[in-house]
Design a protein around this ligand. Structure first.
Ligand code: G4P
Length: 318
């Protein structure tokens, strides 16, 4: 079942970001290093198009370092983009962030043209943790000022670098099917918006290919190459006390065990997607979207036969 969500308050965040954008020099996007492509908000890409971008792969302590390196190289190769990996153990992240932002906007800085940076990311990506570290380190929160919305915090990262903080924001509809499952597995989506069993199965499907040995060791499993994802999840349940009276596996309990173990990093450092995989999924998602839109248009055209030339031609996109 596809996962969909977009709480109403996120419309307000979207509007606040759009309004702030004209005066922003650099956009820092916090991504989850375990799922960088899936945790990148396409809505944000639209809102910040053309702005120099700093991609921060956060929670790198939980991610596979080899794949994090691939993602960093992937982003560094994009025009107007820098990338770095961080985690909550970084005691002085401001220096790295400021240095990268200055590289991206070399003509800004100093008291006359202070550098204005916006930081954003999806819920639970670790933004508050990072902001708290930054505040503790050197940034001071500025007081109430006109034009600063309640939902927006403003911090001084350096004497000539202002950081605008925004609330976590998701986007209305997922293009890549895998992304919904990965975001749910990583804890970025509210519990009521998804089915834990199907998310746990999708998680195992993604993890078993690259990190099967870790699962075998963790749950003391024999070779499970011939098992379906559902049967593998049942094995996890069996090994972790998830049996119902009569010996049946409690699949809900099995799913909770798998999800909690992944979130806590118990399976070791794991990344769910490489840049190459995500690029393919994204292209597939766009193709599926286009097919759906064409089917819808054909259905509509059948339902409402044209009255002959009285409707204005649609504006071309972009
Ligand atoms: P948000 O503002 O973007 O919504 O995220 P927040 O900072 O609240 O972080 C969400 C969860 O991610 C927190 O865990 C936080 O401790 C954890 N986290 C943040 N940065 C890192 C990191 O670099 N590495 C790891 N491993 N975890 C990180 P929580 O379980 O929700 O809360 P708590 O147990 O820390 O209280």
């Amino acid at each position: 079942m596809p996962i969909q969500w977009f709480p109403g308050h996120m419309h307000a965040t979207r509007k606040a970001i759009a309004e702030r954008m004209p005066e922003i020099d650099v956009v820092i996007e916090l991504l989850d290093a375990r799922l960088p492509g899936s945790s990148a908000n396409p809505l944000l890409a639209e809102l910040t198009r053309g702005k120099p971008a700093l991609k921060v792969l956060n929670k790198q302590d939980l991610a596979d370092p080899d794949i994090t390196a691939q993602w960093l190289a992937h982003y560094q190769a994009q025009p107007g983009t820098q990338a770095l990996a961080l985690d909550a153990s970084a005691t002085a992240p401001a220096r790295q962030l400021v240095a990268a932002c200055r590289t991206l906007a070399p003509l800004r800085g100093g008291m006359v043209k202070p550098l204005r940076v916006l930081i954003c990311g999806i819920p639970n990506v670790g933004k508050s943790t990072l902001i708290n570290t930054l505040m503790g380190q050197r940034a001071a929160k500025t007081g109430d000022e006109p034009g600063i919305t309640k939902s927006e915090q403003r911090l001084m990262l350096a004497s000539d670098v202002t950081l605008f903080d925004t609330p976590g924001m998701l986007w209305p509809r997922i293009t890549v099917a895998q992304s919904g499952d990965f975001l749910a597995a990583a804890g970025n989506i509210g519990r009521n918006a998804y089915d834990e069993e199907s998310v746990a199965m999708a998680l195992l499907a993604a993890v078993r290919a690259r990190y099967g040995q870790r699962l075998r060791e963790r749950y003391k499993l024999p070779d499970f190459a011939s098992l379906s994802d559902e049967a593998l999840l049942a094995e996890v349940g069996r090994k972790r006390g998830g049996l119902l009276p009569g010996g049946r596996v409690n699949m809900q309990k099995a799913a909770e065990v798998a999800l909690n173990d992944f979130r806590a990093g118990t399976w070791g450092r794991i990344t769910l997607e490489t840049p190459e995989q995500f690029t393919q999924w994204w292209a597939q998602g766009l193709a599926d979207d286009a097919q759906r839109a064409a089917r819808r248009a054909a259905l509509l055209a059948k339902k409402k036969p044209s009255r002959g030339g009285d409707a204005p031609a649609p504006e071309p996109a972009g």
